[in-house]
Design a protein around this ligand. Structure first.
Ligand code: 5GP
Ligand code: ZN
Length: 114
């Protein structure tokens, strides 16, 4: 999908603060951070949302979580705790239709979420 915002960030066509990149995922700082650490982990290939994930996508999901865990360590929030979030659809507040895992940390999180 060539006109997708996060595909453009993955390709380097739109600038972003990249914190991690490997053969399957790219991670970059959220432009409107909701916590001291707020990083988005996205697949390099376009996937619309986690709703499209099936049994054959286990390796991709694992790569996203492994990257998030490593970034949490690197950002210094692994010990204090962090939250991983995937929004799906309008009611959940999804605004960019390219699968992304939010890594949020560095402050106390409320539950239930807003
Ligand atoms: P969603 O609401 O879809 O779960 O999350 C999308 C996230 O992407 C939001 O937190 C929003 O701030 C972030 N975002 C939107 N546009 C850009 C952008 O151009 N660059 C970066 N780095 N983040 C963006
Ligand atoms: Zn995309």
């Amino acid at each position: 999908m060539t006109d997708c915002l996060f595909c453009k960030i993955v390709r380097g066509e739109i600038p972003a603060q990249i914190v991690h990149k490997d053969e399957s995922v790219t991670a970059f700082r959220d432009i409107n951070p909701q916590a001291p650490v707020h990083v988005l982990v996205v697949p390099n290939q376009h996937v619309g949302s986690v709703a499209e994930i099936g049994p054959g996508n286990g390796a991709l999901l694992a790569a996203m979580v492994v990257a998030a865990n490593r970034i949490a360590e690197a950002e210094g929030v692994a010990g204090s705790g962090y939250r991983l979030v995937m929004n799906v659809g309008e009611a959940a507040g999804m605004s960019v239709p390219h699968l992304h895992l939010h890594l949020l940390g560095g402050r106390k999180m409320a539950w239930p979420p807003g």
